[in-house]
Design a binder for this molecule. Structure first.
Ligand SMILES: Nc1ncnc2c1ncn2[C@@H]1O[C@H](COP(=O)(O)OP(=O)(O)O)[C@@H](O)[C@H]1O
Ligand SMILES: [Mg+2]
Length: 390
């Protein structure tokens, strides 16, 4: 077995804010099923506007342009390769030191339910392997779906690998485009699922009204007030009451969903408010409250611990974190950075670890999280090896 210990993780989530790259040193620990996992370097690269709008088309249109589908995968692989090659050069790390890249790709459809369940992430792993000269592991989710799972979330197993040793257990809340929790309770199966929307709705509403990609530090939201009746209507969405395992995405929580809720609110509101009269910052503040309340309701169910680690971009939204603390007064809320885990790089690190697991044929799905019927090895391997023809 090759003894290279560096792996690269590449992640770009539902927020479409950028690509996160992490170089991670992963080594097995002798006489133990645990690994030592250390972040060597990481960076985020903003997604160019043209690729972002192509991804929005591919994610939401029923009739997708096939040319765009094919070309976007290639463009993404080129962008991924550029960011990896630049990070390696900046760190003085040679590609020969990297065992494999774990590339999640960009999710354009996630349909784990129904007669023909699937999850579709796009990129071009073959091209990425050739442009970096490093083997690539991709398509992580479909093997879990093939054994009856939802293919998501995959990160709780990594949280367990990182934090599972904590004697009292802990909860990890990832505030990405969608919010998801991982519940670690020593001696019990890991629990993990999406609690509902986080930045995805905050971002689209902010962009629409302030033309900024996101509400920096939650300042705009903090100028608004919660509209309780609208919040109640939003919380009535059946997803919130479903029992886990469960996962969700922008297929449900998108601008159309929000407009429907606002329409419902205006219909039942006795004052029959004109749509324009609702201050947009009040909607932003209500969306922030929706994220906080839907996550807090789930977190309160698990009483074995009051340690809550937060990660993902939402950690930087001060208003969001303050409101979360108000909803969970007994909890000690800390960014994972406080225990030495970079909260912005954590998801990318997870895909480096998933590549490690694929290379070492370790089954890395958590059936208790995804609902899979068995543990399976996830990911397809694209070798970078090539031979010159004479
Ligand atoms: N300083 C900040 N203030 C408020 N929100 C922020 C800040 N920095 C990042 N974010 C939010 O975090 C999101 C990105 O989070 P991320 O964890 O990368 O999500 P995903 O996994 O969906 O890509 C951004 O779209 C933005 O909404
Ligand atoms: Mg992101």
């Amino acid at each position: 077995m090759n003894n290279k210990t560096y792996f690269i993780g590449l992640m770009s989530g539902t927020s479409l804010d950028g690509i996160d790259v992490a170089i991670v040193d992963i080594q097995s620990v002798q006489n133990s099923k645990h690994h030592s996992i250390a972040l060597i370097a990481s960076q985020s690269v903003v997604l160019p506007d043209n690729i972002k709008s192509q991804l929005i088309h591919l994610s939401f249109e029923q009739n997708v342009n096939m040319q765009t589908l094919g070309e976007t995968g290639v463009q993404l692989a080129q962008l991924f390769a550029q960011s990896i090659n630049a990070l390696l050069a900046a760190q003085g790390i040679d590609k020969s030191q990297i065992m494999a890249i774990g590339s999640h790709g960009l999710t354009i459809r996630h349909q784990p339910y129904g007669a023909f369940p699937f999850s579709l992430q796009i990129t071009d792993p073959s091209l990425l392997a050739q442009l970096t000269g490093i083997d690539v592991v991709s398509d992580f989710r479909n093997m879990d779906i093939a054994v009856g799972g939802q293919g998501a979330p995959l990160v709780p197993a990594f949280h367990q690998a990182l934090l599972g040793e904590t004697s009292q257990g802990c909860i990890v809340l990832n505030l990405g485009g969608i919010a998801n929790i991982t519940v670690l309770n020593p001696g019990a199966d890991v629990i993990g699922y999406d609690t509902g929307p986080a930045n995805t709705l905050l971002d689209v509403w902010c962009e629409k009204h302030t033309h900024k990609a996101y509400d920096k530090n939650g300042i705009w939201a903090s100028t608004g007030r919660v509209i309780p009746e609208l919040l109640t209507l939003m919380l009535a969405e059946p997803y919130f009451a479903e029992v886990y395992p469960k996962s969700t995405g922008k297929e449900l929580f998108n601008l159309d969903w929000l407009f429907n809720k606002i329409d419902e609110y205006q219909t039942i509101s006795s004052t029959k408010l004109n749509k324009k009269l609702i201050p947009p910052e009040d909607i932003q503040r209500t969306l922030l409250e929706l994220t906080v309340v839907s996550a807090a309701l789930q977190i309160k169910q698990f009483t074995h611990t009051h340690t809550l680690f937060v990660c993902g971009g939402g950690v930087h939204n001060q208003c969001l974190v303050e409101q979360l603390q108000q909803q969970l007064p007994a909890h000690q809320i800390k960014a994972t950075d406080e225990v030495g885990i970079n909260s912005d790089a954590l998801e990318a690190m997870a895909f480096a670890w998933l590549a490690y697991c694929r290379v070492h044929l370790i089954s890395a799905n958590s059936p208790s999280v995804t609902g899979a019927k068995s543990k399976v090895v996830m990911g397809s391997w694209y070798s970078a090896k090539s031979e010159k023809v004479s």
